[in-house]
Write a protein that binds this ligand. Structure first.
Ligand code: GLN
Length: 245
């Protein structure tokens, strides 16, 4: 078995070491003897998404999100739209997650028209939503407890019938109001959780990898790994972040 991973906009969307998620996916595949590769698609690249099994997009500041708009609308937007409709798995973080939606209106009043691959929109607020947080994934996304770190001005609202990735247990999540976090649409996993999301949440990482493998091969299983260190990190953070009352 083999997974070909595409890292889109690694040059502009890579906050807090979001790239570590790609490294984590590669490691967890390699440890199981599953071949894998990562292809970077920076700004200006004309490469298509054909042949990839999974796409990763990290987060960015408002400025960087505006910088890549021109490049996005030169054809990558249509390519991503078609790939999402076709069920290609995506893991998108914060600014990358917002980019799959309809638009982002920043707090300064700049409107970024995005891809519209998922029915959601984002509006910037003065108060940034910052801190460690945790959420529980919905059953269709594996149901695991996820510990993460969020830092965003954008409040995201999901369209009717669009499921969140999970329910917030502590912190802000999509908008600090409706208790939702991220999105799960077809095989898109979107989240506000930055940095080492996957290293310290191995169950979510494996769920995403399995989604990609099953789509490609029809049937696939992942052998268990010794996750003692990962789970110790996960549990330590989970204990520190108090449940929302
Ligand atoms: N610039 C966006 C916001 O503030 C995304 C931030 C991010 O990717 N951390 O909402």
């Amino acid at each position: 078995m083999e997974l070909k991973i595409c890292h889109m906009y690694p040059d502009v969307l890579n906050l807090y070491g979001d790239r570590g998620n790609v490294m984590c996916m590669q490691k967890r595949l390699s440890w199981r003897g599953i071949e894998n590769s990562v292809t970077r698609l920076p700004i200006g690249s004309n490469a298509s998404l054909a042949g990839f099994d999974l796409v990763f997009i990290g987060g960015g500041q408002d400025f960087e999100q505006q910088v890549l708009l021109e490049d996005l609308h030169r054809g990558k937007d249509r390519e991503i739209l078609a790939a999402v409709a076709d069920g290609l798995p995506f893991l998108t973080i914060c600014g990358g997650y917002q980019m799959l939606g309809n638009y982002y209106e920043t707090y300064d009043g700049v409107r970024c028209d995005f891809i519209g691959a998922v029915d959601l929109y984002t509006v910037g607020s003065k108060q940034r939503m910052i801190g460690n947080y945790k959420f529980r994934c919905g059953g269709e996304s594996g149901g695991s407890l996820v510990v993460g770190f969020e830092n965003h001005s954008g409040r995201t609202f999901l369209g009717e019938g669009v499921q969140p990735l999970g329910k917030v247990l502590a912190g802000f999540g999509n908008n600090g109001k409706d208790g939702t976090e991220g999105v799960r649409w077809r095989n898109v996993f979107g989240t506000y959780s930055h940095g080492p999301l996957l290293p310290k949440n191995p169950a979510l990482c494996d769920h995403i990898l399995l989604t990609a493998l099953q789509r490609k091969y029809g049937k696939a299983e992942l052998a268990p790994l010794d996750d003692a260190a990962e789970l110790a990190a996960h549990d330590a953070m989970a204990a520190k972040i108090r449940d929302r009352v």
